[in-house]
Design a protein around this ligand. Structure first.
Ligand code: NAP
Length: 266
């Protein structure tokens, strides 16, 4: 298999540290550098909890990509830096694989235009868990038969954005097969602001944030005399890594931005 040279942004994070381990154990992947928000060492080996690799640590992606070889940037940071990092990667002819969540539609459209101009592949996947992608697909199938649906997503309390990218993506996929509908009682009121959750074309999205959780989502459909619950749980960050590997291998073969792992799964 062709060797893939990889730079990872966010290597001390929960996701980034798993991605470093993935690259380390995958024979045809080579880690050429990492981007840390604070310089915590000279090499990856100096960062506590990471494999003993001699890839250098940079704080600045532009400088890094000017100095080291890189085919694919894996970004697992924050939406603010994720977008900047994608733009810098495109300027260096590097293909980004981004798991960072919280991009707006405008961000995705803008980045898609740049990828198209540069004829570079890019993948933004709000959820790398293959089971979560299947949950979204099954929810989209069910939505043809059930008009009323609420999404309850649950994450650890370090998560910055709400609702989760997966919840928004699920709502978007459902809206493609369902007409917008105001749900609940026509005269319903909120006695406590936010009690009914966020409104996406009439669908309600509820975001739970608690320590101890990783990433979980329930899509709850209701119809006359029946409910249908579709649920996915990620128990740890390792669950996302087969999806990251698939995205890295796929991004080398495409020349546009693809949003969502479901669009690269057969
Ligand atoms: P995390 O543990 O908080 O890690 C984020 C890491 O990014 C931190 O180490 C942070 O460093 C670092 N960082 C922030 N700005 C940076 C910059 N400019 N350059 C380099 N590193 C920077 O978060 P996480 O749970 O790993 O999640 C990371 C992102 O992935 C989030 O957007 C999250 O929503 C998303 N996520 C995606 C999936 C998926 O399947 N796609 C799954 C889980 C999470 P400091 O601590 O120094 O700020």
């Amino acid at each position: 298999m062709q060797e893939v040279k990889i730079v990872i942004a966010g290597p001390r994070g929960n996701m980034g540290s798993e991605a470093v381990k993935l690259v380390d154990r995958t024979g045809h992947f080579t880690l050429t550098a990492v981007i840390d928000s604070k310089q915590t060492g000279q090499t990856v080996a100096d960062i506590e909890g990471l494999p003993s690799l001699d890839a250098p640590v940079y704080t600045d992606l532009d400088k890094c990509l000017s100095e080291v070889e890189c085919d694919v940037l894996i970004d697992l940071t924050t939406p603010e830096y994720g977008k900047k990092h994608m733009e810098i990667a495109f300027n260096h002819g590097v293909r980004p694989v981004v798991g960072t969540t919280g991009f707006s539609n405008d961000d995705v459209e803008e980045l898609s235009r740049v990828a198209e101009q540069k004829e570079l592949g890019a993948i933004i996947a709000p959820n790398f868990a293959i089971g979560a992608v299947l949950m979204m697909k099954f929810a989209s199938m069910a939505a043809k038969y059930f008009d009323d649906v609420e999404i309850i997503e649950q994450h650890h309390d370090r998560k910055l954005d709400a609702p989760s990218g997966t919840a928004v993506k699920t709502a978007k996929m459902i809206s493609e097969v369902r007409d917008a509908k105001k749900q609940g009682h026509e005269d319903e009121r909120e006695d406590l602001e936010g009690a009914r959750g966020a409104d996406y074309e009439g669908m309600r999205i509820h975001s739970v944030r608690l320590p101890g959780l990783v990433a979980h989502q329930e899509v709850l459909f209701g119809g006359e005399g029946q409910t249908l619950k579709i649920r996915h749980d990620s128990m740890n960050r390792a669950s996302f890594m087969p999806g990251v590997q698939l995205a890295v291998e796929t991004v080398l073969k495409i020349d546009q931005l693809v949003y969502g792992l479901e669009n690269i799964m057969e």
